[in-house]
Design a protein. Structure first.
Length: 330
């Protein structure tokens, strides 16, 4: 069951103020606006629920958010990316739902706006990575800058992806063990569903290299060198996880090909057996058809040993057909 998050009338899920080396202090929207109006050091994190219709309107009216953030909210493309928009970091991060069960529909998007004094995040459904970050802040996690906050979020998402890859690997191992034991059942359907989920994860979670390259080359002036290095490390971790996803997809593809080959082999054996049975039954069917015609001149009609002679002929032709069918069988 998904956890229920309480939010105020403007869609705020949580807000924390980070000053110096102190842990994050919870704040509401009026207190956040008062703090943003001053010049105190530190930054504030506000996390909104976009399922609340009032959330986006309140953000537009009260916070200095760049237009690119709202464009990202409404555009069709949701590829993971981090870009510089007027010396502000705008990130589109695809994440998995809190109760992820390897369903493509459970991949959702988190939008993040990071400036020198504010980190704003918004989502439609509860997501696993941002929930991990929220719990870490509750447990006393400290951030010296808003970029450190973003890096921590990216590391959390990387951990979530690593766990998903591990769970998917376990499922593939079970299918492979069943394949080696000769138990196919519905494994092709399971592998197909799992492969579709991994392809969608790779497509949505792989960071767009273009905006990231431009950001690394010309970062905003308020981003420190250390923060930029941490951001580079976080994106490199993403690259490693995406590579593991690609390798797992290739492994699933090989298993699907092996299962298809086994099914084709079983079908060929069944057809071969059916062909042999048809060939062995051919002599008796021909003889029964010929001697079953109600016409005159049927041979051996008056011979007292006619039945035995016909049976002998049928057996002879059946043995000959069996020899022809089995003589080249490997």
């Amino acid at each position: 069951m998904q956890p229920q998050y309480g939010s105020d009338k403007n869609g705020l899920i949580c807000g924390y103020l980070f000053t110096g080396a102190a842990p994050g202090a919870p704040v509401d929207l009026p207190a956040a606006l008062r703090w943003l109006a001053g010049q105190q050091p530190g930054f504030i994190w506000l996390h909104f629920n976009l399922a609340d219709a009032a959330a986006e309107g309140w953000i537009r009216e009260n916070l200095a958010v760049v237009p690119e953030f709202f464009e990202a909210l409404h555009e069709g493309s949701r590829s993971t990316r981090i870009e510089d928009a007027s010396d502000t970091l705008v990130a589109v991060i695809n994440d998995v739902a809190f109760e992820f069960a390897f369903d493509p529909s459970e991949i959702e998007t988190l939008w993040v706006h990071v400036g020198p004094r504010i980190a704003l995040s918004a989502r439609l459904r509860p997501l696993r990575s941002i929930d991990r970050l929220r719990q870490a802040v509750k447990d006393g996690c400290r951030f010296d800058s808003s970029v450190s906050f973003l890096n921590h979020l990216l590391h959390d998402q990387g951990d979530v992806l690593v766990r998903i890859v591990r769970e998917a690997t376990v499922q593939v191992d079970k299918v492979e063990d069943g394949l080696l034991a000769g138990r196919l059942q519905h494994k092709r359907a399971e592998l197909g569903k799992l492969r579709r989920v991994l392809v969608r994860l790779q497509r949505l979670l792989a960071p767009d290299p273009g905006p990231l390259f431009r950001l690394m080359r010309l970062p905003p002036p308020w981003v420190s060198v250390q923060g930029l290095d941490e951001l580079r490390q976080a994106t490199e971790e993403f690259t490693l996880v995406i590579r593991d996803l690609s390798e797992l997809q290739e492994r699933i593809k090989l298993l699907q090909e092996e299962i298809a080959a086994q099914l084709n082999e079983q079908t060929n054996r069944s057809l071969h057996t059916l062909t042999i049975v048809t060939v062995l039954a051919l002599p008796i069917n021909i003889m029964a058809g010929l001697f079953g015609m109600n016409v005159g001149g049927i041979p051996l009609n008056q011979n007292e040993h006619g039945f035995l002679l016909i049976v002998g002929i049928i057996i002879t032709f059946t043995v000959l057909a069996a020899w022809l069918a089995f003589r080249r069988r490997d």
